[in-house]
Design a protein around this ligand. Structure first.
Ligand code: ATP
Length: 845
């Protein structure tokens, strides 16, 4: 794609943002929404629109090569990303559920589920590529030093004496030779049989014409059948009933060219960025050298003039404005010196107080407003209007900012001369000029302050001037002291158990201990799964649907990937410190953790009980372990702490035969989670196959968010079969009935499907595919050996989820809604409902 394509994408995204921002900043504060459904619809619509904008911005940011445009884009992208996360949390607080269904909104907006897939910004990885490579290298070196690990050893550990090994080789070699000889013998025998038959039959008696006709008949029939089949296949492809054949040569495909172009553009980004950084330094130096001295002299003259004018007007020299008030820059806003001095004196005495008073009042008013909003949400205050109100956003100001910059600078800029899309020197000059001016003003202020005191001392040696100076100095000193103390206190709280060791050293130790592990490179898009179109319909019928696999993907992106990937989003969005992935065996829990780490370029700390067994023993060991993982995790963030089978930590009884001591971290972990702050991009991710075995309270206090992972539904199974067969070298032809296969594999998880596909599609079978196409029956035998997940097991997950705090809240809210509806129909005279109804009626009027 071209520069103009990505500029257009950006432009479209900005146009959509303008509409949304009008909704976000209404001229009058909106009235609280009483209808929960309407509030959710409003949120969901905004959420989906933001996702569409996000997709466009992400694509533009990935490909735009102009360094200054990229900065504005990044600001906007982070803002939109943060707003999406915020809206998700708003929806969660409103609906009391992690999962939300938007099929009705999608059909209203005429969108497909693919249009609202949340992409993972590529800059998470691309902009840290160098660091990640170095870390990977270090990890590789350490792993090579410690040799193959336990898991690998088990695989390799087939040991046998020489004699036995030679015997096995001999057996196989003799078998091979035997088979070859048998094949020869068979061919010789067949040849002999044929010769014997010819001898017994004698010379052919058939008329050559008749024989030729017979051959022609057979050939023509065969050729026509072949042609008809080909035409039928082509027609099926034409009407979209069969997939087109895969191209044999992928090199000349347009997709391949597109990928190459994208790579080239990313390289151009680096080059342009480098040039931009150089230009920043050069232009600044130029301004300092060429314009600096004139600027400095001009300022000094102006200030001296001001001294004299003041003295002429009021008979004494003025007070020099403080650095905090903006120094001499403040003087030139007001031109009249008498007025300025008046203002200054008033500021000292009364105005400052007045302003403070006003500010305080304003703040109080704002706070009151906020409180009102919150109360409205809770519905506690009878005087306030009940209902839901959108919480103030931390990201809308950033989006506003970026939007204004776009409008002010880029929307109308003439770029006909800038075809390669390099930096714009004029913009840099404007920016740097301001920067240099403020810097020079600081220097000038210092000089002029000294000059003023000298002047004052020389002309009239009164005490006022000196007092002002002292008080100024004292103030500064005091401030300095205070900040110093605070700093020290903050540091004292965190004891560093390893003060003299470097992070690389600690990283190496954790890798050697097997706590930091190498994560398989899996993209989130590899986690296949279809969208469910029934979510809203089921919820409206008061049936809680099981989430679809595409919902799982979305949730992992929103809770884990987006906040951990961007520091700006993590700092201001609602904090998610931990997440529990709960689902039956083989549903891809580990795969999701690996996908998270791959997409983020995050370190993976394996804190599973089985992995910790025997490592860092005792209380001190545990303290050290926690210290190490947090220190290294923070220094090399983002980091993911993974705990497999995490329900074991909160089980009531642990069997004595269990050597892993899963309860070791039970106390330390929740404590340490409290130390995670908005600037620490760390997350605890637990996976469990049987969350119902754990005690609910402690489990929920440790894991903030729950992601329930379903068995795949028909649509997802269909997709999984197709994708996994192709991935393992198979081919989807007309003779493979994927639909029936998907139907009969209800209850089988992706893990089962992967196993079955790998067992069927051996190298030998893949080689035979051209002659013997794959058939659905072949998968039956491997599947029969696997135990599917029965409906009861899935139900037990649902019931368990109903008992979690979120599930309980949801049930309560549903009950309240039902009561409301019931009250409306039957008990019109009852108190509460009557009140509400009355209000609603009034509103409508
Ligand atoms: N949605 C999916 N798309 C493609 N492959 C999947 C999907 N889900 C799981 N798999 C594959 O299934 C296999 C099992 O997945 P994984 O080990 O992550 O499951 P799990 O839930 O952690 O299982 P367990 O609870 O038994 O440890 C892996 O090979 C994984 O790649």
């Amino acid at each position: 794609m071209s520069h103009s394509y990505y500029n257009k994408q950006w432009q479209e995204a900005q146009a959509a943002l303008v509409d949304l921002l009008q909704q976000e900043n209404p001229p009058e504060p909106p009235k609280p929404e009483r209808d929960r459904l309407a509030a959710f619809q409003l949120l969901a619509t905004m959420y989906i629109k933001y996702i569409q904008i996000f997709r466009k911005l992400e694509q533009s940011y990935d490909q735009v090569v102009h360094p200054q445009k990229r900065r504005v884009l990044r600001h906007c992208l982070d803002g939109v990303m943060g707003r999406i996360v915020e809206l998700k949390h708003e929806m969660m607080n409103l609906e009391f559920s992690e999962y939300h269904y938007f099929d009705d909104v999608l059909s209203d907006l005429k969108l497909t589920p693919n249009d609202v897939e949340i992409p993972v910004p590529k800059y998470f990885i691309n902009e840290r590529a160098k660091n990640l490579k170095e870390r990977e290298k270090l990890l590789g070196q350490v792993l090579a030093k410690i040799g193959p690990q336990d898991g690998d050893k088990e695989k390799e550990e087939i040991r046998m004496p020489w004699e036995q090994a030679i015997r096995i080789i001999q057996i196989h070699e003799r078998a091979r030779q035997g088979r070859l000889r048998a094949k020869f013998m068979r061919e010789i025998r067949q040849q002999e049989d044929r010769e014997k038959q010819i001898q017994t039959r004698g010379p052919p008696t058939l008329d050559p014409d008749v024989a030729a006709m017979r051959i022609q008949k057979i050939w023509k029939g065969f050729a026509q059948r072949r042609r008809t089949k080909k035409e039928r296949d082509e027609e099926m492809i034409f009407i979209g009933m069969a997939p087109p054949p895969l191209p044999t040569n992928t090199k000349n495909l347009p997709q391949t060219f597109a990928v190459k172009t994208e790579e080239l553009r990313r390289k151009a980004q680096d080059v342009h960025e480098h040039e931009f950084q150089q230009a920043l330094v050069n232009i600044r130096e130029n301004i300092v050298q060429n314009e600096g001295p004139d600027l400095k002299e001009g300022m000094m003259d102006q200030i001296r003039q001001w001294f004299i004018e003041c003295r002429d007007a009021s008979g004494k020299f003025p007070e020099y404005p403080d650095e905090d008030d903006g120094g001499s820059a403040m003087i030139f806003k007001e031109k009249d010196p008498a007025e300025l001095e008046k203002e200054l004196s008033e500021k000292d005495d009364g105005k400052a107080k007045g302003k403070k008073g006003k500010k305080d009042k304003k703040d109080k008013k704002d706070k009151k407003k906020d409180k009102k909003g919150k109360k409205g949400k809770k519905g506690d205050d009878d005087e306030e209007e009940e209902g839901w109100k959108m919480a103030p956003s931390n990201f809308v100001p950033a989006i506003n900012d970026a939007s204004d910059t776009y409008k002010g600078v880029w929307a109308t800029r003439d770029e006909t001369e800038n075809f390669p899309q390099k930096h714009d020197s004029e913009l840099i000059k404007e920016e740097k000029r301001k920067e240099v001016e403020t810097e020079i003003r600081l220097q000038v202020d210092e000089l002029m302050r000294a000059e003023l005191t000298n002047l004052k001392a020389a002309v009239d040696r009164e005490k006022k001037g000196k007092k002002g100076k002292k008080s100024g100095k004292k103030k500064k000193k005091k401030k300095g002291k205070k900040s110093g103390k605070k700093g020290k206190k903050g540091k004292k709280k965190e004891k560093d158990l390893t003060p003299d060791r470097t992070i690389e050293d600690l990283y190496e130790e954790l890798v050697t201990q097997g706590i930091i592990i190498r994560c398989p490179q899996i993209k989130l898009s590899d986690y296949e799964g279809e969208y469910s179109y029934l979510g809203t319909t089921l919820r409206q019928a008061n049936i809680e649907p099981m989430p679809s696999m595409s919902d799982v993907r979305r949730l992992v992106t929103e809770f884990g990937i987006l906040p951990l990937g961007s520091p700006a989003v993590h700092e201001s969005s609602p904090l998610t410190k931990s997440m529990l992935l709960a689902g039956p065996r083989g549903t891809g829990k580990k795969m999701l953790v690996h996908a998270m780490c791959t997409e983020l370029g995050a370190n993976l700390f394996d804190l599973s009980p089985a992995n910790l067994a025997g490592k860092y023993p005792g209380k001190d060991g545990l303290k050290m372990l926690m210290h190490l993982i947090y220190k290294v995790g923070r220094a090399l963030q983002p980091s993911v702490f993974y705990i497999g089978d995490c329900e074991k930590m909160f089980k009531k009884k642990i069997p004595k035969t269990d050597p892993t001591d899963p309860k070791r971290l039970k106390k330390e972990l929740p404590k340490s989670l409290k130390t995670i702050k908005s600037e620490d991009r760390l997350m605890l991710v637990g996976t469990t196959r049987c969350p119902f075995e754990a005690e609910m309270k402690p489990l929920m206090s440790c894991y903030q968010r729950i992601v329930l992972i379903p068995r795949p539904d028909y649509a997802s199974r269909n997709l999984l079969w197709r994708k996994l067969i192709l991935k393992n070298g198979g081919q989807i032809t007309g003779s493979l009935d994927v639909s029936s296969l998907s139907k009969v594999t209800d209850g089988y998880t992706p893990g089962h499907i992967v196993t079955a596909v790998q067992q069927v599609l051996t190298d030998r079978r893949v080689a035979q595919l051209s002659k013997k196409p794959l058939q659905a029956v072949e998968f039956v035998a491997p599947l029969a050996r696997l135990d599917p997940i029965y409906k009861d097991e899935e139900e037990s997950f649902k019931t368990w989820y109903g008992k979690t705090p979120m599930g309980k809240k949801r049930a309560k809210a549903a009950q309240a809604d039902e009561d409301d509806l019931g009250g409306g129909k039957d008990k019109k005279g009852k108190k509460g409902k009557k009140g509400k109804k009355g209000k609603k009626g009034k509103k409508k009027k």
